[in-house]
Write a protein that binds this ligand. Sequence first.
Ligand code: SF4
Length: 165
Amino acid sequence: MIPKKLLNKSRVKSPWLIHFDCGSCNGCDIEVLACLTPLYDVERFGILNVGNPKHADILVVTGTVNHRNQKALKNVYDQMPEPKVVVAIGACGSTGGIFREAYNVVGGVDQVIPVDSYVPGCAPKPERIIDGIVLALEKLAEKGKRVDEGIFERLAGTREAISAR
Ligand code: SF4
């Protein structure tokens, strides 16, 4: 069996990330993409960009949540396995930004799903985005410990039940 510490360390040292655009102006998306280029090289933290929420540990959201995309955002979040963290990028992702008062806007990402790290700016620089993701990794480690405790407790319970038979 994998030791608890190793399980959590591997999760935090090789987190997989999915990017969801909630209807941004694409300013923030360009900066998120810049993080993946050799210049900023977010992969040096072991981070890998994936397309399937079922494989992802980190959800990075750009843009303002509106009435049309809020269900899609919740759907992506719900498909991600625990432990998971969410990073809201830019003024739009954090609060709704300049579109906040628009008739079709719900607001920031935290109006629909819990957010672990906010990255302010319009658009934020890649360095700030990477800072926000690294902050989220610390939260992922904390959440991971709690989830692993639950898994190992359940496994221990199952073993006791089997040996009692
Ligand atoms: S925060 Fe600024 S750059 Fe980012 S999506 Fe909103 S308006 Fe565009």
